[in-house]
Ligand binder design. Structure first.
Ligand SMILES: Nc1nc2c([nH]c(=O)n2[C@H]2C[C@H](O)[C@@H](COP(=O)(O)OP(=O)(O)OP(=O)(O)O)O2)c(=O)[nH]1
Ligand SMILES: [Mg+2]
Length: 140
C-alpha cells in the first residue's frame, strides 16, 4: 500500500450578507469553475500574506462591487469538509452593512433568500452544515 498523499488544507473566507429583511445573499458559482452552478456564500481563497478578513473585503469588492469595513464583519461559524483533492476550512462571517450597490460581477446569478430556504437550493456539500447557524440567527 502506498502512503496517503499529504493533506492540503485550503483556507477560504466566506460571508453571508444580510439585508434589512433578514435575508441572506447567495451567489451561483461560475461555469467552468469547480462546483459550477452551485449556490455559495461570496468569498474566496486566502492568498499568502493576507489575513482572512482582508481576503473577504477584497473578494466582496471583486465579486459584488461593494465596500465592507472590517468592523462590520462578525464571525458566525465555519465549515470543515474533506473534498477529494483538499480539505476545505472555511470561516463564515456575517455582514449587515456595506457601501455601494451589489452587482453580479463574477457569478452566474445572485439571490436573496430566507435562511430556511437555503435548504431548497443546491449548495456545495461543505455548506449544508452552515445552514442551521443561519436559521438560529435569522429564523427560518
Ligand atoms: N466562496 C465560497 N467557496 C466555497 C463555498 N463552499 C465551498 O465548498 N467553497 C469552495 C469552492 C472552492 O473550492 C473554494 C473557494 O473557491 P473560489 O472559487 O471562491 O475561490 P476564489 O474566489 O479565490 O477564486 P479563484 O481565484 O480561485 O478562481 O471553496 C462557499 O460557500 N463560498
Ligand atoms: Mg470566490
Amino acid at each position: 500500500m502506498s502512503p496517503p498523499p499529504p493533506l492540503k488544507i485550503t483556507l477560504v473566507a466566506a460571508c453571508a450578507l444580510i439585508d434589512g429583511d433578514g435575508r441572506v445573499l447567495v451567489a451561483q458559482r461560475p461555469e467552468g469553475k469547480a462546483l459550477a452552478g452551485l449556490w455559495e456564500f461570496p468569498g474566496g481563497k486566502v492568498e499568502p500574506g493576507e489575513r482572512p478578513e482582508q481576503t473577504l473585503i477584497r473578494e466582496l469588492d471583486e465579486e459584488l462591487g461593494v465596500t465592507v469595513k472590517e468592523a462590520c464583519l462578525a464571525p458566525l461559524t465555519f465549515a470543515s469538509y474533506p473534498y477529494e483533492t483538499f480539505h476545505l476550512l472555511m470561516p463564515l462571517w456575517i455582514c449587515r452593512r456595506w457601501e455601494g450597490v451589489i452587482q453580479k460581477k463574477e457569478h452566474q446569478a445572485l439571490q436573496w433568500l430566507r435562511a430556511g430556504r437555503l435548504r431548497d437550493i443546491p449548495m456545495p456539500p461543505a455548506d449544508e452544515p452552515l445552514i442551521p447557524a443561519l436559521i438560529d440567527l435569522l429564523g427560518p
